[in-house]
Design a protein around this ligand. Structure first.
Ligand code: ATP
Length: 960
């Protein structure tokens, strides 16, 4: 059962244990959940009640059911089928609002909103883990090279940032809706997150500039390699250029005899030229007003001045809860931890701050897709750009040039950039950085659901020392107390600067079904009200194969659906997303790969076809529904089998101490001679030899770099094996003319007449300063027709800073920590499963839950999860796992006997018994044994223990 899941949730992304010594001066930690919540409210809380009252008077909650969805042109609307009653689904008695029974619908809506809902919840975010692809290699060596790091990599660490490969412009247009709920005021009264204010009361028209909008042409798919901020571009382009193109267009329209003033500009946007000129004039005055408003705020950052600026820049009448406080703190130079729900307006906080602060605002974002989305959403008067590895060096230099000229206010980068010495030093020649924004800040903590080792570099101390930045805005939508503590500690954000608002969006109706036939139940759900009346639906699956199967099944049943996962070509994915956003596809059946940068406010329902791995994921994915504030439906279909499968998969990243020890041995072998030289570790070979996933190796390496002590310095990843093919001059003759060729020949192995060498070894021995010099030189020989060459074997590259004194002690420390991370993930899954099981089986329905509708009890569970002390065991509902089996020991014995030629560790045996493949014991081979996955219901540590006992017995026999 090797997973084809996109979640790769199983990857521990293990990383360094936290520094035990807090940074100087130590930031006041968030002591307890209570403390956090008290601090969280700061000033925002006091206004909440009155705001709610005001809001409830102002706007009614619209029911999605009452919206007439507009059928798309190229996909026929599914034929409405007789509605089914969910109550017939096993394990539930769902009673969802029936169209033919309007009164019951609305009363249910009221019921939903009337329940006593807690006002504070932690919430969701949208980051997704990258998909990792490995290539087969044969070597596994660590090699020395010169001390200067090479700046460019072919398959470098930046590959992670580029993983968000889907591109495509996203339609921002939601269907216009006019319907109202019969009695909405009651519901409204209980909605603390007035996200709907956006939907119901369109903002005042934004001031427009000549180059309105931040146009981005995506290059992720390989076509159009530009990340351009159009506004900035227009600023630098000359007027004559504009006139020329205008004349050209006009002439063209004349020759064609058409009075068409609409023309396609170079980027494919339709531009109305006379209007554009008018806009130019208007924009000058708008620009001046904004400049004046910025000056006013700088002089006096009062609520009134900030509000005025907000209106001018974004067209909004007021700030949402938490926004004003965050902006004020940041503008005053104080770091802030901001926790707001998904789609609540975190970006606006740094956008306004960027405008007010004098220097550059650097936004660290985990995925290119997200950066592109954020760049696109910048208001026109804020010039932005992004740096990513998809760009050509010319594009990157152009961005740098614009930065130097002060033409860019907001720069988006990935955390991997902080590996790059060139990047870190480039700010010496630009205006200073005023603010660093860490988006999806939970990625910084190993205790979050989405940990990214590269985020570990983002320590306040580094930002201060290398970028001279003191002010940090950390933002997330989903973080537990434990996660927040880690983030705030690393970024040195004092507890007093913690801003958290009400977290849950109450326009989401949460329902749950424990199902023993999910396919049948899903179809029934889709063919019943209210879903028959909802246009945009996302169905989340865990596995890629599942999404393909489901979308086909839905299509076969007259429901237009498309599958979306990272195995689908980027172009196709991009098109699916585009068509979904423009309402041409009704249903997208997706893995977690779908949602990043999704800019669609009118998703009416999110269905989970599998159990999410944790409540963070659940909250985040359900949060993609109803961002327009309308009543939206979130149904969770789950079964125990998937729970067992997911739980097993969480153990696929675990490592044994001896393997960590061996890894350390490889990294530091000959380290005395290697000081400052480039070393490499071929990913695939190391992974197979150590039976350790590449991602886990990277985590250990990151630990060695940014843990308590710095042992290595990571460099961008590289394909290290290079094969040369000589075409004109013979190798010997060329070597006689060129010392570089001579060195290569000395360092090469001859395979089938071709010369293969290790790039870091050659770079080290010829003493050149960077790998780039070597590759430029090879390129030159290639252009002369002398050679062709190919590179392969992606490797982790690093230089040794210090050799650990005690390998064993370090290995123990790292292993223990990795194991804690693993346990944390398992606990998160259990909490998700327990919450769903509680709703489906044990909820007494006293607090407003009914049928399969469990908004109230699930919201309570979520609140509890995000605010409780995670270290305290939560055993309100024991997990379903068995702790042993009478046949386990005997089966392991038989398994060992029948595979006596293979060496196993207890972990390897337990993985096979749980049906999990690993680099050294791949599922392609081991799934053939009939013990494969046989004990997935038995707790993994118990299976490991049994395997250990059996291995000891057989070893004892061998010795005697
Ligand atoms: N004060 C406000 N009034 C009205 N609308 C607002 C306000 N602030 C933000 N918005 C709008 O809310 C929407 C969501 O904002 P944004 O994308 O910044 O949310 P987010 O919290 O960053 O979301 P995510 O968690 O998905 O990253 C945007 O359309 C934004 O313009």
């Amino acid at each position: 059962m090797e997973t084809d899941s996109d979640s790769d949730g199983s990857h521990i992304s293990a990383t360094p244990p936290r520094d035990t010594t807090p940074p100087q001066p130590p930031p006041p930690p968030l002591l307890s959940s209570n403390k956090v919540r008290v601090a969280a409210t700061i000033s925002s809380r006091s206004n909440t009640t009155s705001k709610l009252k005001r809001a409830s008077k102002q706007k009614p909650l619209k029911s999605r059911n009452e919206t007439k969805t507009k059928p798309a042109e190229d996909d026929p609307l599914p034929i409405p089928l007789p509605s089914a009653d969910f109550s017939i689904l096993p394990g539930s008695s769902i009673k969802i609002h029936n169209r033919s029974n309007a009164i019951s619908t609305h009363s249910s809506v009221e019921n939903l909103m009337q329940g006593s809902l807690p006002s504070k919840f932690a919430s969701f975010s949208k980051i997704r883990r990258p998909f990792f692809a490995a290539e087969l290699t044969e070597e596994n060596t660590i090699r020395p090279a010169p001390s200067t790091p090479q700046p460019k990599s072919t398959s470098g660490s930046d590959c992670v940032e580029d993983d968000g490969t889907f591109a495509g412009s996203v339609s921002r247009e939601a269907n216009s809706r006019t319907a109202h709920v019969n009695n909405p005021s009651k519901s409204m009264g209980r909605l603390p997150n007035l996200i709907r204010s956006n939907a119901h009361q369109p903002p005042a028209k934004r001031p427009k500039s000549a180059g309105e909008g931040n146009f981005v042409r995506l290059n992720i798919n390989g076509y159009g390699r530009k990340f351009t901020n159009k506004w900035a571009k227009k600023r630098t382009s000359s007027t004559s250029g504009f006139r020329k193109s205008y004349r050209k267009r006009k002439a063209k329209s004349k020759t064609e005899g058409e009075a068409d003033t609409n023309a396609c500009d170079e980027d494919g946007l339709v531009v109305d030229i006379p209007q554009q000129q008018e806009r130019c004039r208007n924009s000058t005055s708008a620009h001046e007003s904004i400049q004046q408003a910025v000056l006013d705020v700088r002089n006096e950052p009062s609520d009134e001045n900030l509000m005025k600026l907000l209106k001018l820049t974004h067209g909004y009448e007021s700030f949402r809860e938490g926004q004003l406080e965050a902006i004020k703190q940041v503008v005053a130079g104080r770091s802030v931890m901001l926790v707001l729900p998904t789609g609540f307006g975190k970006s606006l906080c740094y956008q306004l701050a960027a405008l007010i602060l004098p220097g550059i605002t650097l936004v660290v974002s985990p995925l290119v897709a997200l950066m592109v989305d954020q760049l696109r959403q910048l208001p026109p008067m804020i010039q932005g750009a992004l740096l990513c590895s998809n760009q050509t060096s010319e594009e990157a230099s152009m961005t740098l040039q614009q930065l130097r000229e002060g033409a860019i206010k907001v720069l988006f980068v990935s955390p991997e950039r902080f590996l790059n010495a060139q990047f870190m030093s480039m700010f010496q020649t630009t205006p200073p950085i005023s603010l660093v924004v860490v988006d999806e800040a939970h990625c910084l903590s190993e205790w979050s659901h989405n940990f990214r080792p590269s985020y570990l570099r983002l320590k306040a101390s580094l930002l201060r020392a290398r970028l001279n930045v003191d002010c940090i805005l950390a933002m997330t939508a989903t973080a537990t107390i434990k996660t927040l503590n880690v983030v705030m500690c690393a970024l040195e954000i004092p507890a007093t600067n913690f801003i958290q608002t009400s977290q849950i969006r109450e326009n989401l109706q949460l329902s749950v079904t424990l199902s023993d036939n999910r396919l049948k139940d899903l179809l029934m759900l889709m063919k019943s009200t209210p879903l028959t009346e909802v246009w945009s639906i996302i169905i989340y699956c865990k596995f890629q194969s599942e999404t393909d199967l489901l979308s086909k099944h839905l299509c076969d049943n007259n429901i237009s659906a498309k599958s979306y996962h990272s195995g689908i070509p980027a172009k196709v994915r991009s098109r699916t997303q585009e068509r979904f956003c423009s309402n041409k596809i009704r249903v997208v059946v997706a893995t977690v790969a779908f949602g990043m940068g999704l800019d669609k406010s009118d998703v009416g329902a999110v269905i989970h076809y599998s159990l999410p791995e944790n409540l963070e994921e659940y909250v985040q994915e359900t949060g993609r529904a109803g961002r327009d504030g309308r009543l939206s439906y979130c149904h969770l279909l789950f079964d125990e089998l998937t729970y067992f499968k997911l739980r097993s998969l969480l153990y696929s990243d675990g490592v044994d101490e001896y393997a960590v020890n061996r890894l350390l041995g490889q990294i530091f072998s000959n380290s005395t001679n290697l000081h400052g030289k480039i070393c490499s570790l071929v990913k695939e070979t190391a992974s197979r030899k150590l039976d350790m996933k590449e991602q886990v190796i990277l985590t250990v390496l990151t630990y060695l770099e940014v843990g308590e002590m710095q042992y290595i310095r990571l460099l961008p990843q590289l394909d290290v094996a290079c094969t040369l093919y000589f075409h004109k001059t013979s190798p010997e003759l060329l070597a006689a003319k060129d010392t570089l060729v001579a060195t290569i020949l000395k360092k090469s192995e001859i395979k089938q007449g071709n010369y293969t060498f290790d790039i870091p070894s050659v770079v080290n021995s010829i003493g050149i300063s960077s790998v780039d010099i070597l590759s430029n030189w090879l390129q030159k020989l290639k252009s002369q027709g002398e050679i062709t060459y190919e590179v392969k074997e992606p490797a982790f590259c690093f230089t040794i800073v210090k050799k650990p004194e005690d390998f064993c002690c370090l290995a123990t420390h790292v292993t223990r920590w990795l194991s804690e991370v693993e346990n944390c993930k398992v606990r998160k899954l259990d909490a998700m499963f327990n919450a769903a099981t509680f709703a489906a089986k044990a909820c007494t329905k006293m607090d407003g839950c009914s049928g399969s509708q469990h908004t109230q009890c699930l919201q309570k569970k979520i609140l509890d999860y995000f605010t409780r002390d995670e270290n305290a065991p939560s055993c309100e509902f024991p997990t379903k796992m068995e702790h042993g089996s009478p046949f386990l020991q005997a089966d392991i014995k038989v398994f060992l006997q029948s595979n006596s030629h293979v060496k196993f560790t207890p972990r390897a045996i337990a993985r096979i018994m749980h049906g999990i493949g690993s680099p050294a014991y791949p599922s392609t081979i081991w799934s053939k044994t009939h013990f494969w996955g046989r004990y997935s219901k038995v707790d993994f540590p118990a299976v490991m223990q049994a395997a250990m006992t059996e291995l000891m017995k057989s070893a004892g026999k061998e010795v005697s």
